[in-house]
Design a protein around this ligand. Structure first.
Ligand code: GLY
Ligand code: MN
Ligand code: MN
Length: 461
């Protein structure tokens, strides 16, 4: 974890942003996989981790805004725990690592909250993404679990987003270390992408790198020669010449900082002419939008720049036609690029998505569009120095979507369906990098991962 002062400062800043009441921030508990004692990989809640640092189950963080106090509720281990888990530091010593001086036993939390609610004080809490947490809130607040989500604190969500979206230097360093683990994962996958290899062999090898060099992956690895399926988690295909393999992967550090990188490579290491022509459009979209990333710009406009680059490139190849601005306004490009350009990244790979995508990616100035394609853009708002975000344009030939649009005659003035038919066996390409918005522009995080046709062919040779 970082130095205690990092966490003390974050809590002090939250105290300043909030008016009054109590912030109630439960950490995550173990989550059972197939019976209670056989649990999934333990993952602390990112908001708890951000303010209270400690990575263990059974803790609740409280910020008393009126009395300017921070408390961790949690218990010292008893002899049974020590027999199974070995000796552990006391709660007091652990809490000190996060700069928290006050520790109280878990069983006192219920009374503490009840006293506060009886006194008419507001309990601020965030949305939950685990059923157990919803039930816990219901119990401690004395309300039906069905209503827990109705009383989440908009003021707290806003304050947490305001803090977490601006990355501190220590966070940027932590993210960058994870991008460098992704470098190892990506380049290992590239070298293994030979005809006859089964996807799972590559998947397992690069998952191993994330486990060996970090806490594991930051999300389930997407690795497939069927890249036209955006989040493909099937790894049973055998690599065959003529297909391209999408590798979308990232690592997560022991204190939850993430990376998220995508490369797409030709099986066997040499691009054919058709692959090269589509690949270079995606590459141009990736590089042009990275170049346009700077403070003050609406990320929605950067997304639309990618859409135009893709539409222009596909027009040059005869797959699209007509006026590019009109095609993008009509959303015609979304047949090939049906997702958003990117998202914030930090302690969650889709940073703070648990607080609500619109609370993170949109604001009073800009709200989410409803048009197919643009509607999936997670981050539309104006960029600020300190944001870390992904840039991940792609071109996909999704046979079922092509069939549907063609049957409906959708955007027929912008799409050459006859030519598109001949690409239905192509698959998909996505290229994703992790970008820091700086005071004057941007910086691509981590050491450069092969990306041009020449760099990829050289790495795979
Ligand atoms: N890794 C999923 C994504 O790129 O958003
Ligand atoms: Mn991403
Ligand atoms: Mn990704």
């Amino acid at each position: 974890m970082f130095q205690a002062s990092v966490y003390t400062n974050r809590r002090a800043r939250l105290h300043k942003l909030m008016k009054s009441g109590i912030v109630l921030l439960p950490g995550n508990n173990e989550s059972a996989m197939n019976y209670l004692a056989n649990t999934y990989h333990y993952r602390q809640d990112s908001n708890f981790s951000y303010f209270f640092a400690l990575c263990q189950p059974g803790l609740v963080g409280v910020m008393d805004l009126d009395n300017d106090k921070d408390i961790i509720f949690g218990d010292d281990l008893d002899m049974d725990d020590i027999i199974w888990m070995g000796p552990q530091p006391t709660m007091k010593d652990r809490a000190a690592l996060a700069g928290v001086k006050e520790v109280m036993p878990s069983q006192e939390l219920f009374d503490f909250i009840q006293k506060a609610t009886n006194a008419g004080r507001t309990i601020h809490y965030l949305p939950s993404y685990r059923g157990e947490t919803v039930l816990w809130f219901g119990k401690i607040l004395g309300i039906s679990p069905d209503f827990v989500k109705n009383y989440t604190s908009k003021e707290l969500i806003k304050a947490v987003v305001q803090l977490r979206e601006i990355k501190e230097d220590v966070e940027i360093k932590a993210i960058e270390e994870m991008v460098d683990v992704a470098y190892e994962m990506q380049t290992t996958a590239m070298k293994m992408a030979k005809p006859g290899v089964i996807e799972q062999e590559i998947f397992g090898t690069i998952e191993g790198i994330a486990l060996a060099k970090a806490s594991g992956t930051s999300f389930p690895i997407i690795l497939s020669i069927d890249g036209q399926t955006l989040h493909n988690h099937f790894h049973g295909n055998t690599l065959v010449p003529g297909r391209m393999m999408v590798i979308d992967c990232g690592a997560e550090s022991h204190i939850n900082y993430c990376s998220d990188i995508t490369r797409t490579v030709p099986v066997g290491g040499k691009f054919n002419e058709r692959q090269k022509s589509i690949y270079n459009i995606v590459l141009k979209a990736n590089m042009d939008t990275i170049a346009a990333t700077k403070p003050g710009v609406l990320n929605r406009d950067i997304h639309l720049l990618a859409a135009k680059t893709i539409a222009q490139g596909l027009k040059d190849l005869g797959l699209m036609k007509g006026d590019i601005d009109a095609a993008v306004s009509a959303g015609a490009h979304a047949l090939f690029f049906p997702h958003g350009l990117g998202h914030m990244m930090g302690m969650d790979v889709h940073d703070m998505e648990g607080l609500g995508e619109n609370n993170v990616g949109y604001d009073e100035e800009i709200s989410r569009a409803s048009q197919f394609g643009l509607a999936f853009l997670r981050l539309g708002k104006r960029l600020k120095p300190g944001f870390v975000l992904t840039i991940e344009p792609g071109i996909y030939f999704i046979p079922a979507l092509i069939d549907q649009w063609k049957a409906e005659g959708k955007c027929a003035e912008f799409i050459n369906y006859d030519k598109v038919e001949t690409y239905k066996d192509f698959g998909g390409i996505r290229l994703e990098d992790d970008i820091l918005v700086t005071e004057t522009g941007h910086r691509v995080l981590g050491k450069p991962i092969p990306k041009t046709v020449e760099e990829i062919e050289a790495m795979m040779a």
